[in-house]
Design a protein around this ligand. Structure first.
Ligand code: FAD
Length: 480
């Protein structure tokens, strides 16, 4: 059927029955003609409200106009000027609640597919040779803790501004959630690897298998290793649990453990890889955010016959990207809405066998602004399961804050940092991303890393100009 101008140009995607059993990417990306056709739908409004919907204020109409006129290099340059991770954000940003929600076309038709176009341009750029080299012009060296999007973007921005940067990462591979959480079928690791190689080419050193707060303390970075400033981008990787009976049974995973085993440790390749994951015939995933959707779709790919989302509210309150929800439906995921898990049942041998739930109805909005789920009396029911995966949220890991004197946190364990600069309670120690906001999004983490890099540069430049020559390279962030 021909595509009408008031519809989004559809994203070509692999057939659901095939893709639901492998880890190949679901979306195939626009071809040139499709991208140009979609770009021509942009009205180039006098008041480009879409920009206001983007957390990093990409000049959206300008990069789309460049596509429409065939100037891909120009489009790539405009995109990168605002967003250092366009090939990733084009794939995973919740555009439907950000830029595309503001698009003027959306009032009557479907919005311009801004995310698909962003991905198109970034993928075009990735196919071209790039000429990037180290250019260290400043005496100070900077340490970054955590190689997730906030840390990587901060590192890139500082390297671009002439600093020697070292990123310390606890895991054996960089990328943060982009590596261990978001599966290959949504974000191919080759895309992430390309971004990381670019950073390395710029001279950024990435040191894996180092836990700051254990292997080294934060103060060691200044006192022993001579770093002048630090950015903390340690994320929010500590899974939350429901506290219901049966959570310790075999076959019950946190989504973080489940996804890390599969994505980072390649459990799908066991015994060729070292790490197994046991996935039975029936998997229930509790929660309805991106993490839950990734876990439930991964369980299908790992061989589950029945994969079910269990959520205590309705589909209208779920926080997952709409595209992932639609893909999950196409792939055969089932949804048990308005159901609150009360207990995981034991099969008598210590393995999970059932998930006892209570039916809910929606009441008045709660503090989150979403309708509050209210239990319906005498409505318990059991979902037979072999595995239960909990995807109900994460919080920052307290390891670093517990081992660092003077680093202030709020009641939720998030680092307290200035919204604009990322400056924490310690001099020349900055922070951003999920470690500050709690679990959020890639683009917010990237934006925070970029703002902090600029603030670090400003602070060091100010210090340099205030001090006599030759003193600027001494470490000065406060040790407690
Ligand atoms: P992270 O990505 O968490 O990276 C932090 C890094 O720091 C990790 O590599 C960690 O190992 C390392 N680290 C932690 N402590 C230490 C330490 N003490 N020393 C050294 N290193 C340390 N967002 C979207 O926008 N769209 C999506 O579709 C989406 N899907 C998601 C799916 C899943 C499964 C999950 C879990 C999250 C998803 N998110 C999504 C959220 C998004 O990935 C995060 O908001 C984002 O990755 C946060 O970036 P960050 O840099 O703050 O932290």
């Amino acid at each position: 059927m021909p595509v009408k101008r008031f519809d989004k140009t559809p994203m070509p995607q692999r057939v659901a029955t095939t893709r639901a059993h492998d880890f190949g990417e679901v979306n195939e990306g626009y071809a040139f003609e499709a991208a140009r056709f979609e770009a021509e739908r942009c009205l180039r409004c006098q008041d480009p409200v879409c920009i206001g919907g983007c957390p990093v204020a990409i000049p959206i109409p300008s990069f789309i106009h460049a596509i429409a006129t065939g100037d891909m290099a120009g489009a790539a340059e405009i995109l990168r000027s605002a967003n250092p991770l366009p090939s990733i954000c084009g794939r995973v940003c919740p555009q439907e609640s950000q830029c595309e929600a503001q698009c003027s076309l959306a009032r009557r038709f479907s919005p311009v597919a801004i995310g698909h176009l962003e991905r198109y341009v970034a993928d075009w750029e990735r196919q071209r040779p790039v000429d990037v080299r180290p250019n260290i012009t400043h005496p100070e060296k900077i340490a970054i803790i955590g190689a997730g999007p906030s840390g990587l973007v901060c590192a890139g921005e500082l390297a671009r501004r002439g600093y020697a940067v070292t990123v310390y990462e606890a895991l054996h591979a960089p990328g943060g959630v982009l590596r261990y959480g978001i599966p290959e079928f949504r974000l191919p690791k080759a895309v992430l690897d390309w971004e990381i190689e670019m950073l390395r080419a710029m001279g950024v050193e990435i040191v894996c298998n180092v836990i700051i707060g254990k292997t080294l303390t934060l103060d060691d970075l200044s006192d022993r290793l001579g770093f002048s400033a630090v950015f903390i981008g340690t994320g929010a990787g500590l899974p939350q649990f429901l506290g219901i009976p049966g959570e310790n049974l075999n076959g019950v995973y946190s989504a973080n453990e489940f996804l890390t085993r599969v994505n980072l440790m390649r459990a799908y390749d066991f015994p060729e890889s070292d790490t197994p994951v046991r996935v039975g015939m029936r998997v229930a995933v509790i929660g309805a955010g991106n993490t839950a959707m990734d876990a439930v779709r991964t369980s299908l790919r790992m061989g589950a016959q029945e994969a079910t989302i269990v959520y205590r509210r309705s589909e209208h309150e779920m926080s997952a990207r709409v595209e992932e929800y639609h893909h999950a439906i196409e792939e055969g995921v089932q949804f048990t809405w308005l159901s609150d898990p009360l207990e995981i049942l034991d099969d008598g041998t210590g393995w999970a066998a059932g998930l006892r739930c209570r039916r809910m109805r929606l009441g008045e909005p709660d503090a989150s602004g979403r309708a509050r789920p209210v239990p319906i009396p005498d409505s318990d029911f059991v979902i037979p399961v072999d595995n239960v995966v909990l995807a109900i949220g994460t919080t920052p890991n307290p390891l670093l804050t517990r081992t660092t004197a003077g680093l202030a946190t709020n009641a939720k364990g998030c680092l307290i940092a200035d919204e604009e600069t990322g400056l924490t309670s310690k001099t020349l120690v900055f922070a951003g991303g999920d470690a500050v906001t709690g679990a959020a999004t890639v683009i917010l983490a990237a934006g925070a890393g970029k703002r902090a890099a600029h603030a670090i540069d400003d602070a060091l430049a100010a210090r340099r100009s205030a001090e006599p020559a030759g003193v600027g390279d001494r470490p000065t962030f406060q040790a407690g």
